[in-house]
Design a protein around this ligand. Structure first.
Ligand SMILES: NC(=O)c1ccc[n+]([C@@H]2O[C@H](COP(=O)([O-])OP(=O)(O)OC[C@H]3O[C@@H](n4cnc5c(N)ncnc54)[C@H](O)[C@@H]3O)[C@@H](O)[C@H]2O)c1
Length: 317
């Protein structure tokens, strides 16, 4: 089947990753349906809203999922009720919402003959504290937060559904995506928060001494890889998705200073136990399999987000 005939549904498609993915899919000729909460804000979708279908519903409601999957070929699962920071406050809630509803989604995918499901997992949390850098997909670590445990368990259920019922899937263990449409008030991610607070001349709180290292990938590079994967068939199922380069929080602050010409006003707080000291992903499997390379440098990406914030700052104020 040609791309333009494939129907993709993105659960959580109104958010940061989902809206960038929706745009890339539309550009590549897919039919795209965005599924997001009742009355969700369409701001992220405005530049291509006439080229997509929208379904409002609750991902945690079985009937809403059942209805949404009719006549779809590809499912992209981007909904999460937690982020790493808050998931340990109530692991039972994390399991009851994210794990149960994901299994429900997989059941409905079988019932609706979905040809492939893409699950965005977390390269930053599923490995826990790595023994070797960069981290390869086969490293088995112990997550430090419920969010990572639940993501890893959802991955395992995908393997089970594949074996039992033939549900095809890819898992992307995404590192730290950043870029346009990332909300500095609600999303995960230090770059939008640091950048927004720098623009607003607000105090920036850094947990620890700023030497924590992360693998940051520009969102357009990340979604480009995911969309490319839809045209490749391989028995590999789990792919790290990162830039393969590590930057400390202090280095990020320096780039933000260079790009904005404003000195970030930083205060250092005690380190948090859920933060692993270093995380850099080895994404060579994704590079090789999907003939893909991340193209955007950290500085270029931060500059894109800076310009985006200057243009859209009212939305986030
Ligand atoms: N942003 C990151 O740094 C990062 C890194 C790795 C993995 N992920 C994962 O990628 C996914 C998307 O992340 P994001 O940064 O785009 O988040 P986001 O908050 O920007 O987007 C998530 C979207 O899901 C929607 N949603 C939440 N609950 C819903 C429900 N019950 N029914 C319908 N829609 C609902 C929200 O309204 C939102 O539009 C999440 O699963 C997240 O865990 C994110």
């Amino acid at each position: 089947m040609k791309n333009k005939n494939k129907n993709c549904i993105i659960f959580g498609g109104g958010g940061f990753i989902g809206s960038n993915l929706a745009e890339e899919l539309v550009e590549k000729g897919y039919k795209v349906t965005v599924f997001d909460k009742l009355y969700f804000n369409r701001f992220n979708l405005k530049s291509f809203i006439n080229n997509i279908d929208i379904i409002e519903g609750d991902f945690f409601n079985k009937q809403d999922i059942k209805k949404a999957l009719r006549n779809k070929d590809i499912v992209i699962h981007l909904v999460s009720s937690t982020v790493p920071e808050n998931s340990n406050q109530n692991p039972i809630y994390d399991i009851e919402t994210n794990l149960i509803s994901s299994i429900n989604l997989f059941n409905e995918c079988i019932a609706n003959n979905i040809s492939k499901i893409i699950f965005i997992s977390s390269g930053g949390t599923v490995y826990g504290i790595p023994k070797k850098i960069p981290i390869k997909e086969d490293y088995y670590g112990h997550p430090l937060c419920s969010y990572g445990i639940v993501k890893k368990t959802i991955e395992d259920y995908l393997f089970m559904f594949n074996r039992l019922y033939g549900l095809d899937f890819y898992i992307f263990r995404l590192s730290n995506p950043f870029g346009i449409r990332q909300n500095p008030k609600v999303s995960q991610g230090v770059i939008p928060v640091f950048l927004y607070k720098t623009i607003k001349k607000e105090k920036i709180e850094v947990w620890g001494d700023g030497t924590v290292v992360r693998d940051f990938i520009y969102i357009k590079d990340a979604v480009n890889c995911i969309v490319k994967s839809l045209n490749v068939n391989t028995s590999e199922k789990i792919f790290n998705l990162g830039s393969g380069k590590g930057y400390s929080l202090n280095e990020i602050l320096k780039v933000i200073h260079d790009v904005t010409n404003i000195k970030p006003n930083v205060i250092y707080l005690p380190a948090r136990s859920i933060d692993v000291p270093i995380n850099i992903l080895d994404s060579s499997l994704a590079r090789k399999t999907f003939k893909w390379e991340p193209k955007t440098s950290l500085k270029e990406g931060i500059n894109n987000l800076y310009k985006y914030f200057l243009k859209n700052i009212k939305f986030y104020d």
